[in-house]
Structure formats: structure tokens, C-alpha cells
Design a protein around this ligand. Structure first.
Ligand code: SF4
Length: 281
């Protein structure tokens, strides 16, 4: 039957967020030349109101052509909080392979999180392997700006690349790195390599971090020979107490995590260490 285009509401469970304008324009020209080959599927919600189940591109093409009516298969409304509508939309989009991997992943995520379906159930319902479903779900663990880059095909959707990006613990940095990878058009291997390189450099920097900042900056490596004699005459503190209290002060210092020559250069503790070591020379 033919129904009014303006009375069809979009599917609130539509998993597809990315539509190719060029494809829809082409579809509009095809409909103009050959007519609509497959009617859209809608649910009847009374008083000539319909919710779209599948056929969003065909509906958009009709709007471009300025058509007032569209051929539709009308079915009674389903319940289950839109579960059936989501499943139908997923089956149609996945079988036609005309949705992005990101939209597909987010569709599976809704099926899992909103409708409590297991990966096995999703796989059997949609007709894709569990590994396929898991790999698409994996993409949705990424930050939204990175998902957008994948949807725009500026980054690969491969699990290896996704895993490499997720290994960067800081989200802001991860997004920044992903943008740079996209700008440079890097492939899977290079993305994995750059992420590994970054993590290794971070590990090295952590290893190189100062253990005892004030002592290291004042070049206090060992007890000077005459220290005990000076201690006996009250010119320097006891060696062990001195070194322990310097280390404890650094441990309680708010600058401790970023302690280095530049940060601690003007620290009074470092000056005091220098003065005391001068006395022991
Ligand atoms: S600034 Fe803090 S960490 Fe650095 S030497 Fe002084 S007390 Fe230690």
C-alpha cells in the first residue's frame, strides 16, 4: 500500500547513523527512472502514523524527489521496547553490507546492553560469526571521536589497530594520536608500531625517573670519608638520619612525581644538601 512520506517517523532503534549522500542521490535517480523495487517496511502506530523499520535510504530518496507517498509493507506494532525493530534494521543493514563498522558495532552494543542479548544470541540472530560480532563490539570501546574517524574510513577498523589504540591509557592523548594517524593515513602495521613505540618510551621515562631527587641533584652518592669525625664535633648531622630525612621530605613533596633537575633546581632542600656536603669536603 502507499502511505504518506511525511507520516513515517524514523526508527528510534535505527543503528545506522552514517548515510552516504552520494548513494542516496544515486538511489533517488534510480527510483525516478525505474520506480521503487522494494517497498519500505513500517509499523502501524494508528491514525496514519508509522514507524520506519527498514528502508531509511529509500525514504530519504523519496524526500529528495519530492514524492508525497511511498510504497510500504505495513505490519502491526511490535513491543519489547523496540527490540524487534532493532533486530530487523540490523539484519537488513548487515545483509546489504551498507552500514559502517561503527554503526554495526553500536547496533550490537544496543542489542547486548539494552536488550540483554548475549554475543551468541546476536550472532545467531544476525547471521554473523561470534568473532565478527565481538570485533565490531570492540570498536565501540574506543572514544567517540576515534569511532568517527573509523566510520569516515580515515582509520582502519581492524582489531589489531583498535587494540593498539586502546593500549594508550590516557583518553585525550589517545584521541590526539588517532587524529595524527588519520591525518597521515597510517595503516594497521604503522598504528600498532607507533603505539608500541610510545608505550616503550613511556616505560623508559618511568625507569629514568629520579628515585631520590634532592640527593641526586646535590650529587650525594656516598658518605664522605671525614663525615663521622665532623658529626662528632657537631658540624654535620648523623649520616643515616640526614639521608633518611632528605628522602622523606622528597617523598612528601607534591612535585615528587615530576621531580627533575629543572623542577627541583630552586628547592631549599637541594641548597641545604649542597651546603652540608660543602662542609664535609
Ligand atoms: S622540590 Fe620536592 S622533590 Fe624536588 S628536591 Fe625539593 S623536596 Fe625533593
Amino acid at each position: 500500500m502507499k502511505i504518506p512520506v511525511d507520516n513515517v517517523r524514523p526508527n528510534p532503534q535505527q543503528p545506522r547513523k552514517h548515510f552516504d549522500a552520494e548513494y542516496i542521490n544515486g538511489l533517488a535517480q534510480s527510483i525516478k527512472a525505474n520506480g521503487l523495487q522494494n517497498p519500505i517496511l513500517v509499523e502501524d502506530h494508528g491514525k496514519e502514523n508509522y514507524i520506519l523499520v527498514s528502508g531509511e535510504c529509500r525514504l530519504r530518496a523519496h524526500k529528495i524527489l519530492g514524492r508525497k507517498k511511498i510504497e510500504a509493507t505495513v505490519r502491526p506494532p511490535t513491543n519489547h521496547a523496540g527490540k524487534q525493530r532493532l533486530i530487523d534494521a540490523m539484519i537488513e543493514n548487515v545483509s546489504r553490507e551498507n552500514m559502517t563498522t561503527v554503526d554495526e558495532g553500536n547496533g550490537y552494543r544496543s542489542m547486548r546492553e539494552v536488550h540483554k542479548m548475549s554475543v551468541t544470541e546476536i550472532s545467531m540472530t544476525i547471521g554473523r560469526t561470534e568473532q565478527h560480532v565481538r570485533s565490531r563490539l570492540f570498536i565501540t570501546d574506543l572514544d567517540l571521536p576515534i569511532q568517527e574517524l573509523i566510520a569516515l574510513k580515515m582509520l582502519p577498523h581492524d582489531s589489531q589497530a583498535v587494540e593498539a589504540l586502546l593500549s594508550i591509557p590516557d583518553p585525550e592523548l589517545r584521541i590526539e594520536m588517532a587524529r595524527r594517524f588519520a591525518d597521515r593515513g597510517l595503516g594497521i602495521k604503522m598504528i600498532v608500531k607507533h603505539c608500541e613505540k610510545f608505550l616503550n618510551a613511556k616505560k623508559e621515562a618511568r625507569k629514568a625517573r629520579m628515585k631520590y631527587p634532592a640527593m641526586e641533584i646535590a650529587r650525594i652518592t656516598a658518605k664522605p670519608d671525614g663525615w663521622d669525625a665532623l658529626y662528632q664535633v657537631g658540624r654535620v648531622p648523623q649520616w643515616q638520619k640526614f639521608t633518611e630525612s632528605v628522602m622523606e621530605t622528597c617523598d612528601d613533596c607534591s612535585l615528587r612525581p615530576i621531580a627533575c633537575e629543572a623542577t627541583c633546581r630552586d628547592c631549599p632542600l637541594v641548597s641545604m644538601c649542597f651546603r652540608i656536603m660543602e662542609k664535609a669536603k
